[in-house]
Design a protein around this ligand. Sequence first.
Ligand SMILES: [Zn+2]
Length: 156
Amino acid sequence: MITHYLLSKEVLTYIIKESERMYPQETGGVLIGRFEKEYVLIDYATAPGPDAQHTTHEFKRDGIYCQEVLDRIVAESEGLVDYIGEWHSHPSKSRPSSKDVMAMRWIANNKKYAIQNPIMCICMQEHKEVWKTYFYLYNQFRLNELVEVPSSPNGN
Ligand SMILES: [Zn+2]
């Protein structure tokens, strides 16, 4: 079972920058990476895309754009990485909503996505201009919060 997550500074910085850029509206995109035994590696977070819909309480990514980016990155990695889930911002401090859980349930049940336990990342503004990312694994109608793997000494 996946209990931990690992992501690069680059991905983290990108998610926070994009969340700040779109404040007070929500933004987001697709997460690309790979699953290991007990953790998930998040290698990329895509942009929302030009046709994404942003409001203060809702976000819908540009599906065509995100699919194109996903296909390109998967091809470049020669299949090492793949779609692992979704990320979006919560400009006001709020936990994943029941709608967020439903969205992940839909993905888990949709054969097209071919993933039973997708990852959800929420970038939350905890205080004014202080953003923090939370990662969850969807499993059986629930989002289980994942623990960050401490970064390795070589800076990965
Ligand atoms: Zn949400």
